[in-house]
Design a protein around this ligand. Sequence first.
Ligand code: PLP
Length: 368
Amino acid sequence: MQSQSVRGWLMLEARESVRNLAIYHPPLAGREGLRLDFNENTVGCSPRVLKRLREITAEEIACYPEREPIEAVVADYFDIQPDELLLTNGVDEAIHLLCEIFLQPGDEALIVVPTFAMYEISAAATGARIIKVPTGEDFRLPISALLSQVTPRTRLIAIANPNNPTGRVAEPADLLEITRRTPQAAILVDEAYFEFYRQTLLGQWRDFPNLFVARTFSKAYGLAGLRVGALTGNSEHIRMVNRVSSPYNVNGVALACLPAALADQDYIRRYVEQVREGRELLQQEFAAWSIQYWASQANFVLAKLGLQTTGFVESMRARGILVRDRSRDYGCEGCVRITLGTTEQTTRLLQALRETLAEITTKEVSAK
Ligand SMILES: Cc1ncc(COP(=O)(O)O)c(C=O)c1O
């Protein structure tokens, strides 16, 4: 029950939906080592971005940021119209805005689990009911189960493609079928890992107006620290999102750097190539150790070690490599997620992985 002040008035309290939120606490400090735990670019952004960063003037910093000219550059790069795009403070903000605009208490948001935590947090904070649709053991998108949960109150369906933490992808035709059969809901297809997969639904909102596609510059582009992403969709809907968004949601430094990042596609191509090769090698390594993994289309692989994940994560950390324990995600007990980086980093990763697995296996055998 809400407490009362001396005058008998109610005291300030967060909304009930916020008080009831499950707490999401990714580590925010102590990440020394080779960072293969957050799906970031492991070597950083293009040198062209750094050059632009060094040229930034005091006057540029003093001015409120101008988003529109940069939105035109990004829209051109995506081959869509500028009014079909809103730059956001990372995809995190895009998710938040969509929830703010389309959800109200009593509405339903469908989320296929396991997936990226922010869908549930942003949706639940609005007071909407979260309907979790579990994937099977193969972590494929459960289309029929998802559609069977749709009701007239369904207002949001969020799907990461490729999904995090599994790396699994959904067929474009399936995503469009969901969109077609749920016209009352915003369908968010989160393409944060697009560059490692190369299939997109950008522009499909012209046939399916309730479709939104999100992209980030935090992953392949190495700009996670600048916080910039994009929400794209039907121009009427994007106009509504714009009503709620702060006009200065993306900072001026990020906006200044974004064209330089986009212009250096060679840098992205070279990096992505190495990640894709590394992904193959890591999957082969898991297969060689008879460790279950899920074929990934992103810059990470999820594997079920079948042993104490905390011990594994600690042993890898002792060898200077950070990986992420995903045991607490739905269906991921005993799983770790490992991000891929450059060829040289993959060599280092595989060496540490072999040593760690050998060490753990020896301990297990001697404990028997
Ligand atoms: C599927 C997915 N969407 C969005 C994000 C966050 O992106 P941003 O840094 O643009 O907020 C992540 C980060 O891990 C993610 O995995």
